[in-house]
Write a protein that binds this ligand. Structure first.
Ligand SMILES: Nc1ncnc2c1ncn2[C@@H]1O[C@H](COP(=O)(O)OP(=O)(O)OP(=O)(O)O)[C@@H](O)[C@H]1O
Length: 258
């Protein structure tokens, strides 16, 4: 079953072609990592696929009306601003808005989804704290909980683990894997190639102008592509604890001194 499908997607911004001819499907049970250097167009691709910006080609999500789309996909943008000084619990409940009847209070099911999301992101101890007074990383985890509470089959998140400490980065990627085990899917942009290799079932690599590779990490993260697209070398080993990638050096610049 396809949860999203984009076909020949292209975006032009201010007379500059950001990417073109991007096509892929996401089925149930996938954690898809979207990688690419700064400016490659990861955010633009996700926003176009959601129908938030003008694009060429087709996207199944962009074709939905706002109501059905909010039940099909939850979206965590890169900006982490929390505008209102509400409690963590209230903020996570905002994820239930697409399901709430405007004239009635949240149901037991809404509360159960909020409790589940708070549990997944290990936020129980901060449930009653004011969200705007949390640290940047804590706020990010609350915002992830909000999209989890939305309970959609597909979650799309733009660099959700940026700014999280290593334990919370790993825990968040493991939460995505748990969602996939339940038949949901996640499309997540990230810069950490090691975490992408370890936790994503599939990796989409975006280069200047379009998609350059789509497949399992060990097939996508070849030395040639790391050199050509990311301008780095990396150490790779398939260990008994899974694949390990460690970026080593910038090609053409050599190690930095001082
Ligand atoms: N509103 C806009 N008008 C013009 N150009 C834009 C606009 N938004 C983004 N761009 C350009 O589109 C390109 C892709 O940007 P985008 O934010 O999608 O990249 P990204 O891969 O998400 O980058 P990063 O890893 O730095 O977050 C960049 O060159 C950017 O300058």
């Amino acid at each position: 079953m396809s949860l999203m499908s984009v076909s020949n997607l292209s975006v032009r911004l201010r007379n500059r072609q950001i990417f073109s001819d991007v096509s892929f499907d996401i089925g149930a049970g996938e954690v898809v990592g979207l990688i690419g250097p700064n400016g490659a167009g990861k955010t633009t691709l996700m926003r176009a696929a959601l129908g938030l910006i003008e694009h060429g080609g087709t996207s199944s999500l962009a074709q939905l009306g706002a109501g059905p789309r909010a039940k099909a996909v939850s979206w965590m943008p890169q900006s982490r601003e929390i505008a209102w000084p509400v409690s963590v619990e209230t903020l996570v409940m905002l994820g239930r808005l697409p399901h709430l009847d405007p004239y009635s209070r949240p149901t037991a099911q809404d509360h159960a989804r909020v409790d589940e999301a708070i549990g997944w992101m290990e936020l129980e101890g901060m449930r009653h704290r004011t969200a705007t007074r949390l640290s940047g990383g804590e706020q990010a985890r609350v915002l992830i909980a909000r999209v989890l509470a939305q309970g959609t089959p597909l979650l799309m998140a733009d660099e959700p683990i940026a700014g999280l400490d290593p334990a919370n980065q790993i825990a968040t990627m493991e939460t995505f894997a748990r969602l996939a085990a339940l038949g949901k899917s996640v499309l997540v942009s990230l810069h950490d190639l090691g975490l992408a290799a370890r936790h994503c079932t599939r990796v989409l690599m975006l280069g200047q102008g379009g998609l350059v590779a789509d497949g399992p990490a060990e097939k996508v993260l070849t030395p040639e592509r790391l050199a050509e697209i990311f301008h780095i070398t990396a150490w790779y080993q398939n260990t008994d604890q899974g694949p390990v990638y460690q970026p080593l050096d910038v090609i053409g610049r050599g190690p930095r001194s001082g």
